[in-house]
Design a protein around this ligand. Sequence first.
Ligand SMILES: Cc1cc2nc3c(=O)[nH]c(=O)nc-3n(C[C@H](O)[C@H](O)[C@H](O)COP(=O)(O)OP(=O)(O)OC[C@H]3O[C@@H](n4cnc5c(N)ncnc54)[C@H](O)[C@@H]3O)c2cc1C
Length: 414
Amino acid sequence: MHKILIVGGGAAGLELATRLGDRFGKRGTAQVELLDCSRTHLWKPQLHEIASGSMDSGTHQLDYAAQARRHHFRFRLGEMIGLDRHKRELSVGPILDEEGKALTPPRTLGYDTLVIAVGSSTNDFGTPGVRQYAIALENPVEAARFQRRLVNALVRAQTQVEPLRPEQLHIAIVGAGATGVELADRDVKIELLEGTDRILPPLPPRVSEMALERLHRLDVEVRTSAHVAEILPNGVKLADGTVFPAELVVWAAGVKAPAVLKSLDGLETNRINQLVVLQTLQTTLDENIFALGDCAACPWPPGKGTVPPRAQAAHQQASHMVGQIMRRLRSKPLKPFRYRDFGSLVSLGRHQSVGNLAGLVTARSVFVEGFFARMMYLSIRKMHQIALHGYLRAMLGTLTEMLTGRTAPRVKLH
Ligand SMILES: Cc1cc2nc3c(=O)[nH]c(=O)nc-3n(C[C@H](O)[C@H](O)[C@H](O)COP(=O)(O)OP(=O)(O)OC[C@H]3O[C@@H](n4cnc5c(N)ncnc54)[C@H](O)[C@@H]3O)c2cc1C
């Protein structure tokens, strides 16, 4: 039986494993296996909600083993650490428990088709102090750590007898891309530092202006053209010597793919470690290995740039990959992936979003804000839930959230 091994169960990989499991695993026409170094999945765009305390990660995390059983694929816990393309074998490192004991041993996994979807992590660009003192919102553990530190800081400030220190209760977020801007929720008093001359640099200037106006209303200080030189134990130092005192620093200033991709038996990578792929999503040097999501550098528009690292791109590539696998199993020629940019939406608190929509009604970009934008923003997450659970269960989940939202506290304080 043809064996499809998917590495990384994120926005792209888990949707793919679920759909392939339903299509091939159920009928026994192909074997579908998913490897991830974590036991649970959380859709990454929700991380800022965990960090600000407006969402409890426990209730939104999906157990890979349960999803695998329900959708007829196998889940393997482990970390990809190497590859032998000649033998078609992936090397998997051990996973250790909290006490450092091996939970899963080192091993190898074979494949006929390998799909790599290991996402991305924050890029510190070699800035001193980032690893030691800043928090990066790249997984639920880090987001929950930020939330705990924030609540502790508030409790400490409320009960201490001495006056507040200069950095106390100051929060600096470095990088005003979507992650940084979305964390600027009204429950958090922050300073947003951006190296370029406007916030949300990849989005149209009008969206930057709309978001800036909202941030001002939320009392968020925004500083553009602020080039960060170093993160200090109690603040952020700019290249011009200015120091912003801050008790908590979040680093959200760029992404890069995991370093392990640089050592996958010579597969071609770019300067931010992404696997270079053809329009078919096949890696340039091995037709049996595909890459999708944030870890793939896929040409778009062809010959000019690459597909941006976004959830909607991961979702579209996962859908395209289902078709590619079907064509591969039937020995038919593969089709090129074409990214459709439907615009970008940025969430600003519980009821507000701003952004631009493109290609839905007309080819032109339409700017949206307020309740409608919020609904469109939530619909991206809904599409992910539908891909994982089907329409009925996704709608039941929405209903449950609406009901529990009426009794649950609005902000998590423990
Ligand atoms: C805070 C935040 C907010 C965001 N907001 C938005 C938004 O509003 N809109 C939007 O479009 N995009 C947003 N994004 C980007 C979006 O989340 C990503 O583009 C998307 O998750 C990429 O999907 P992926 O499947 O490529 O990777 P991921 O979803 O990151 O999944 C990668 C998976 O691979 C696993 N993995 C990693 N390394 C290994 C390994 N060596 N071995 C085994 N498994 C491994 C990880 O555990 C993870 O499960 C946001 C990202 C962040 C961090």
